[in-house]
Design a protein around this ligand. Structure first.
Ligand SMILES: [Zn+2]
Length: 376
């Protein structure tokens, strides 16, 4: 049932009045019927836009579609391949996994095993963003899907097999081989570029698997501004003399109600500034000793990065299926390899903080990105 002319008239007046009191705010309305809902939002310009889906973001991310859209987003699950999983989450749970659109930023040590796990779980719509042009030799020890020929192609592989491939292409081709029916989109781009960041806004869940503080700041803001849960993954290993002196793996869920990366002091604005400088200016800062850890490779171990990816993938299952029920409102998991311990962590919401300032603002607030063109 559509909105009636009297709805149109009344809502336009209410929207104008409310926006007079709260300039720049958005007003929304819902029309509930026994068979579904319709909705629209009134932007400050005064033109209503229809709502195609409502997403409830809490300990789960649940998406309700307007009637016309619902059928195309619920596919029959591929029962045989996922038989063992269906025994854990049921047909309904499997359908939810398969209907979820996922973005992964950074397909290195944590991003590539996570991407593989998600495709094996049945995720059929995956957007991969990674800026690396070529795979370095050291990536072979951590990047799932990479092969010896990607770092040491023979002459005929260079000519006939289009080697070397970019990191994001390698991972995407590997995933397509696992499920040729999945929609795997790969973009070689930096998420700090506007065009790359905007591609993520259609995702239901985003994973931040990048080491860069600037990129993580962009994703952190998207989580609260666009109400899209972002799961941040990180691994830090200290081993200055070839001995591990400290190691922690972290999985943190960013969404309204939970503290953001700024709330927890996990982002460094000086480092973001350094990352945004041209390469020669950055090198000068490093040479002067003002900056450490931007260009210097950190220790990394595939078993530890994979363990962190597994923790994040399991949290994805919670976000989609709610299998953990009341225990599922997880803010953070800390994994300490030196102690063989994984434990829940807390991240209190700070006020004031960017996360409350931009919450739900969508396109009304700018993201901390630069104009740029992503390379497909
Ligand atoms: Zn915050």
């Amino acid at each position: 049932m559509p909105y009636s002319p009297s709805d149109d008239h009344g809502e336009a007046r209410v929207a104008a009045t409310l926006q007079g009191f709260f300039p720049g705010e958005v007003m929304g309305s819902l029309l509930l019927t026994p068979s579904g809902f319709r909705g629209r939002v009134w932007l400050p310009a005064g033109v209503p836009r229809p709502v195609s889906a409502i997403t409830e973001v809490g300990r789960t991310v649940r998406r309700l579609w307007t009637k016309s859209d619902s059928e195309s987003h619920l596919r029959a699950s591929t029962a045989q391949i996922h038989d063992r999983q269906i025994r854990a989450f049921g047909q309904a749970g499997q359908a939810l996994i398969e209907a979820t659109r996922v973005g992964i930023v950074g397909v290195g040590g944590t991003g590539s095993p996570l991407a593989e796990q998600l495709v094996r779980l049945g995720v059929r719509d995956l957007l991969l963003i990674d800026r690396d042009e070529v795979l370095e030799s050291s990536n072979l020890s951590r990047v799932y899907g990479s092969a010896f020929s990607d770092v040491h192609p023979s002459w005929w592989q260079r000519v006939l097999a289009k080697r070397p491939r970019s990191k994001v292409t390698i991972v995407a081709e590997h995933l397509r081989a696992i499920n040729p029916h999945a929609r795997i989109r790969a973009f070689r781009a930096d998420v700090t570029e506007a065009s790359a960041a905007r591609r993520l806004l259609d995702c239901d869940v985003i994973f931040a698997c990048t080491d860069e503080h600037w990129g993580r700041a962009v994703l952190n803001q998207i989580a609260y501004q666009y109400l899209i849960p972002v799961v941040n993954l990180g691994v830090a290993i200290d081993g200055p003399e070839g001995t591990i002196t400290g190691a922690v793996g972290v999985v943190q869920v960013l969404r309204p109600g939970l503290g953001c990366l700024w709330c927890g002091n996990y982002l460094n604005s000086e480092r973001i500034r350094a990352e945004s400088l041209p390469p020669d200016a950055r090198q000068a800062l490093e040479a002067e000793g003002y900056l450490r850890g931007v260009a210097e490779p950190a220790p990394s171990v595939v078993t530890i990065t994979t363990a962190v990816a597994g923790l994040a993938g399991t949290l994805f299952l919670q976000l989609v299926t709610d299998f953990m029920a009341s225990a599922g409102a997880v803010a953070r998991i800390n994994y300490f390899p030196l102690e063989a311990v994984a434990a829940r962590g807390r991240v209190p919401v700070k006020t004031p903080c960017l996360c409350s300032k931009v919450k739900g603002k969508g396109d009304l607030e700018p993201l901390p990105v630069v104009p740029g063109r992503s390379v497909a």
